[in-house]
Structures are given as structure tokens and as C-alpha cells.
Write a protein that binds this ligand. Structure first.
Ligand code: PEP
Ligand code: MG
Length: 419
């Protein structure tokens, strides 16, 4: 069997929001690996560049230039490379691009090639993707985003995500089942309290009800957990992703019907966590430039709460190093398309692990049927994964892949059911 890249093919396909995105296939002989690149809405200011065409076509969101960059520039240049030299391939493309943020060819073009190659290499060895990525047999705890706000929904709820974390279960499968039960109970509760339009779904499959404060969202989640006979703070914890940069205007946070200065917003979290000890994970609680405010929460809570950096660090080693210097996080949110290659995402993972911090592997709000991140979370041994509600196939596809992996691993599978 040959180990060389013999053909590279990209095309424009659609993501879960109906926006175009890049799909890449890499061939070695007649075997191929494929990857579809996802796309965010609450994108961090420091993310690698997602190349879009502009103009009228697809409201400016076409990706034909990125596709052309794969088919006509990067593709021909990587022909003949060893499919097992992932790092060499990624570094070669980064050098060819030559910009600090993949602005020349697009992170969507480069990442498409990077992950499609990894898939091909796994297939060539007859391995599952997760087995090729690493030795870990750990199933991550899912963080299911069941109430959608912010820029993923059309209402007044400032906080973008309210997530169920089924920690007190013995397996991924059991944790997922219990979460689905709570999700459906939440649907009933929302409908009863706010009417039938409250159960419309946001971008990540969570409900987008006319709730306008975080406390109301958390209250109804706790009630739904209890209704199903599960124990809050034993079996279920909650996580939020504030995506706070999205509601910072003129230096003030616009949240829950109030306008808060930075220091008042720090107090907002102190009070919220005090009143709701079930709140275990806080992602992007402050603006993506305010390392110090993140650090404030880390100092206050130590390892008893996950302070998760997403827009703050954008899966970028330089920014993670700044967060290390400033003690600004204890969990990394890892999104492969924020940085644009497998090798750099792995460097971000390893750097985070060198501090003994946790990692959440994450989808984007614009997703596809691609399930790569499910394998990535297991192969790397990440503690957690967030990939939306247990609804809408682009979200459920990842959970289903994790069910398959857990079944395949059998007794060797270990579910991360720790705080
Ligand atoms: C997030 O902010 O964590 C997220 C998944 O949203 P997006 O993909 O819109 O950045
Ligand atoms: Mg986020």
C-alpha cells in the first residue's frame, strides 16, 4: 500500500446554518480521508482567518477562493508527501502561507487538508481516528448546551450557552441518556411556563426561550433535573459559556437587563456561583482581552470551578502562554479551526496539559455531519467535550460516534466523571 498523497480535492458544501464551508479529500491510491471544516458565530478576534469570498454570492460567505487555494495551490504542492508525516505537512503549509494567522490561503483551506490527511493516515493503518490520534481510552464528559442565548439565538438572554454536565454516572452512555431525559423534561417545562414558541431551537439544538436572566435559565434547568429524579450537584452539574465579548459595549457588560462595569460584573459571578453551587464551569466569563478578570475567578475558586478560555486563547500557544503567565484559566476550550491545523491544536493541548489543566474539545455553532471532534476528544484524552444539545443531527452525530467508541472499547473505556 502506498503512503503518498496522490490527489487532493476540495469543494464547497454547506454547514448547519446553511452557509458554505470547505470540504477536503486527500487520496493515497484509491483510499481517501475527508474532513468538513466547521464555522463559528461568536468568533474570537484573534482566531485564524476563515477565508470568505465577499460579494453577493451566498451573501458574501462563499468559500470558492479557499477551495481554489486547496485545488490549485496547496494541493499540488503537497502531492507525494508521506501521509504519516502530519507535523511535516502542517508546518509546510504554515510556511507556504507565511502569515501569522493563515490569512493568505485561509485556515479553512489549510485545516481541511490537515485533518483529511490525518483521517487518511488512520484509515491506511486500519485504525479508528481516535486510535491513530493517541493511546487514551477516556470518554469525555459531555457538556450539552440545552438553552441557547447570545448570538446563537434571537432573544434577550445575554449568556450564550447553558450546559448540562452529567458527571455522576459510570459511563458516557448513561450520562448521555440521563441528559436526554432532562432535555425533554426541560422542553415540557419551558412550554408550560413560556408557551410553545419557547421550545424553538437555537443554532446548537438547545431551546431558545424568551428567558432574559441567567438565574431564570438555571432555575428551570435545576427543576428539570429534579423532576427526572436526578440529584443536582451529585449527578448533574451545569456549565455556562458567557461569550462575554459579544455583550460588551463601550466598556460595559449588557446582561440580564442591566449594564455592568467590569468590577460589578466580577461580583455578578461571585453572587451567581454562591447562589448556584451547581455551576461548575464558566467559559469566557469576560472580554477576550481581559486576562486579569479571568485570573480573578481562578484565584477565587482554584480548581473547584473550571474557568474555561475560548475567545481568550483561541487554541493559540502564544495566547495560552499569556494566560499561563497571568494565571487566567484552568481549562482550555480547544477548537481546531481557531488555529487551523492539527499540529498546532496538539501543541495547544500539550501546553495546557503541562500545567495539569483540563481541556474541553469543542464544536462550532456552524457544524456539519463530520464527527472528527468526537474521535479527537477520546484520542487526546480530553476531560470534556461540548457539542451542543442532543438534537439536530450535526450535534447528535458526535454523541453517536462517542457511543460507538465506548462500545468498541468495552471494559477498557473510562468515563471522565470527575469534577
Ligand atoms: C463557543 O463560543 O464556544 C461556540 C461554540 O460558539 P461559536 O462556534 O459561535 O464560536
Ligand atoms: Mg465559547
Amino acid at each position: 500500500m502506498t503512503n503518498e498523497i496522490s490527489k487532493v480535492r476540495a469543494r464547497e458544501v454547506l454547514d448547519s446554518r446553511g452557509n458554505p464551508t470547505v470540504e477536503v479529500e486527500i487520496y493515497s491510491g484509491n483510499q481517501f480521508g475527508r474532513f468538513i471544516v466547521p464555522s463559528g458565530a461568536s468568533t474570537g478576534q484573534f482566531e485564524a482567518v476563515e477565508l470568505r469570498d465577499g460579494g453577493n454570492r451566498f451573501h458574501g460567505k462563499g468559500v470558492l477562493q479557499a477551495v481554489k487555494n486547496v485545488n490549485e495551490i496547496l494541493g499540488p504542492k503537497v502531492l507525494g508527501r508521506d501521509i504519516f508525516d502530519q507535523e511535516g505537512l502542517d508546518k509546510f503549509m504554515i510556511e507556504l502561507d507565511g502569515t501569522p494567522n493563515k490569512a493568505k490561503y485561509g485556515a479553512n483551506a489549510i485545516l481541511g487538508i490537515s485533518i483529511a490527511n490525518m483521517r487518511l493516515a488512520a484509515k491506511n493503518k486500519g485504525l479508528w481516528d481516535f486510535e491513530y490520534i493517541g493511546d487514551s481510552k477516556r470518554l469525555p464528559c459531555p457538556m450539552l448546551n440545552v438553552i441557547n442565548g447570545g448570538s446563537h439565538a434571537g432573544g434577550d438572554l445575554a449568556i450564550q450557552e447553558f450546559m448540562l454536565m452529567p458527571i455522576g454516572f459510570d459511563s458516557f452512555k448513561d450520562g448521555l441518556r440521563a441528559s436526554v431525559e432532562v432535555y425533554h423534561q426541560l422542553k415540557k417545562q419551558l412550554k408550560k411556563k413560556y408557551g410553545s414558541s419557547a421550545i424553538n431551537l437555537g443554532d446548537e439544538g438547545g431551546f431558545a426561550p424568551p428567558i432574559d436572566t441567567a438565574r431564570d435559565a438555571i432555575d428551570i434547568l435545576i427543576a428539570s433535573i429534579k423532576d427526572m429524579g436526578y440529584k443536582p450537584e451529585e449527578q448533574f452539574y451545569l456549565g455556562i459559556d458567557a461569550a462575554a465579548s459579544e455583550f460588551l459595549h463601550d466598556g460595559k457588560y449588557h446582561i440580564d437587563g442591566k449594564i455592568l462595569a467590569r468590577d460589578d460584573f466580577i461580583n455578578y459571578y461571585y453572587e451567581l456561583v454562591e447562589d448556584y453551587p451547581i455551576l461548575l464551569s464558566l467559559e469566557d466569563p469576560f472580554d477576550e482581552n481581559d486576562f486579569e478578570a479571568f485570573g480573578d475567578l481562578v484565584t477565587k475558586y482554584g480548581s473547584t470551578r473550571a474557568i474555561v478560555a475560548d475567545d481568550l486563547t483561541v487554541t493559540n500557544v502564544e495566547r495560552i502562554n499569556t494566560a499561563i503567565d497571568k494565571g487566567a484559566m484552568n481549562y482550555l476550550l480547544l477548537k481546531v479551526n481557531q488555529i487551523g491545523s492539527f499540529t498546532e491544536a496538539k501543541e495547544a493541548f500539550d501546553l495546557t496539559k503541562s500545567k495539569d489543566w483540563g481541556v474541553v474539545i469543542s464544536h462550532r455553532s456552524g457544524e456539519t455531519e463530520d464527527t472528527f471532534i468526537a474521535d479527537l476528544s477520546v484520542g487526546m484524552g480530553a476531560e470534556r467535550i461540548k457539542t451542543g444539545a442532543p438534537a439536530r443531527s450535526e450535534r447528535v452525530a458526535k454523541y453517536n460516534q462517542l457511543l460507538r467508541i465506548e462500545e468498541y472499547l468495552g471494559d477498557e473505556a473510562q468515563y471522565y466523571n470527575k469534577i
